[in-house]
Design a protein around this ligand. Structure first.
Ligand SMILES: [Zn+2]
Length: 326
């Protein structure tokens, strides 16, 4: 994605989302009261391990750039599926051959994992697991056709979700959590809104069951940078302000208010917009800074493990774990 793309898409997506809201699909009211009553035992009993999440990010990067159609993409997808199964999740895949904006046919593979599948109320957590085919934002033009490692842009969110799959409570009375690892988010071009988020769009148009509707959905994107700043993303705020209230309130209660800045941020046209269009009340937790934009390694050859901080993974992971337990 790009900033130009972000600004250009505000008008059209805002209209769509306003229509959804006016139809009642995402109607919510802000309510902070219950957020203030988070018990200290919840915050004291965090199971999420930042070391473990970090190792899952590193493992993905070790496969090489996860560009759809590459051997690394196939091997990493197999590994992700096996890993989720090993944590007791029911895993299904959506596969399709899709055509990208530049005419390339790619094997799209969404990975969908259900944890505690008997629970009626479901929370959906998602992240993209592919990495961008070109480092076209690199300061060195010679690297513009090199695929990115995508340690932060892709692997960080996926690593946090794998660790949650490992660590959250399992059992008949435990919360129902679905994890969607979206493919083909990052094979896009500027000024072409439809070229991005291909996997999320496919999911939104091919929901896993008739009437699948989680009570809330949270997208993680670029959640590993040491200097990350998470502000309330514009479309998320329109679609599900109460969920944003809850997340930023939990962040404050856990002492992460400097990283989770409770102010309106920019509009980012990410995977969540496709879900919102399908009526799923989704917010995007994404690192986007006022003035400077995405993290410095974004779409460059430098998006490697140097862009990943255990502290950031820890903050995001424990906020999500606390939200799930509430
Ligand atoms: Zn990207």
């Amino acid at each position: 994605m790009s900033r130009q793309r972000i600004i250009r898409t505000i008008a059209s997506a805002a209209i769509i989302i306003t229509l959804l809201l006016s139809c009642g699909a995402g109607k919510r009211t802000a309510d902070n009261d219950e957020n203030d009553s988070i018990s200290t035992d919840i915050t004291a009993s965090i199971s999420f391990s930042a070391d473990s999440a970090y190792s899952y990010v590193a493992r993905q990067v070790e496969f090489g750039p996860r560009v759809p159609g590459s051997e690394a993409h196939k091997k990493c997808g197999d590994w992700l599926t096996e890993k989720l199964k090993s944590y007791g999740a029911e895993v299904t895949e959506q596969t399709a051959t899709l055509t990208t904006f530049d005419g390339t046919k790619i094997p799209m593979r969404n990975i969908f994992a259900r944890i505690n599948p008997n629970a009626e109320k479901r929370i959906l957590l998602l992240a993209h697991w592919d990495s961008r085919p070109w480092a076209d934002n690199d300061p060195d033009p010679d690297k513009h056709s090199t695929p990115v490692d995508g340690a932060n842009d892709g692997a960080s969110g996926t690593g946090v979700l794998l660790e949650l799959a490992r660590s959250i409570e399992k059992g008949d009375t435990a919360p129902g959590v679905d994890i969607l690892l979206c493919d083909a988010e990052d094979w896009g071009e500027e000024q072409n809104d439809e070229s991005w988020a291909m996997g999320a769009r496919y999911f939104a148009n091919n929901l896993p069951q008739n009437g699948y509707m989680p009570s809330a959905a949270l997208l993680l994107d670029m959640v590993g940078a040491p200097d990350a700043t998470f502000m309330r993303e514009y479309f998320s705020q329109l679609a599900n302000p109460a969920l944003a209230d809850q997340i930023w309130s939990i962040a404050k209660n856990l002492g992460h208010e400097q990283m989770f800045v409770n102010r309106m941020g920019s509009a980012v046209n990410d995977d969540h917009v496709e879900l919102i269009k399908a009526g799923i009340p989704t917010i995007d937790i994404i690192d986007y800074r006022e003035g400077s934009g995405f993290f410095s390694g974004w779409h460059t050859a430098s998006d490697n493990m140097d862009c990943i901080s255990k502290e950031t993974l820890k903050a995001v992971g424990e906020i999500l774990e606390t939200y799930i337990k509430q």
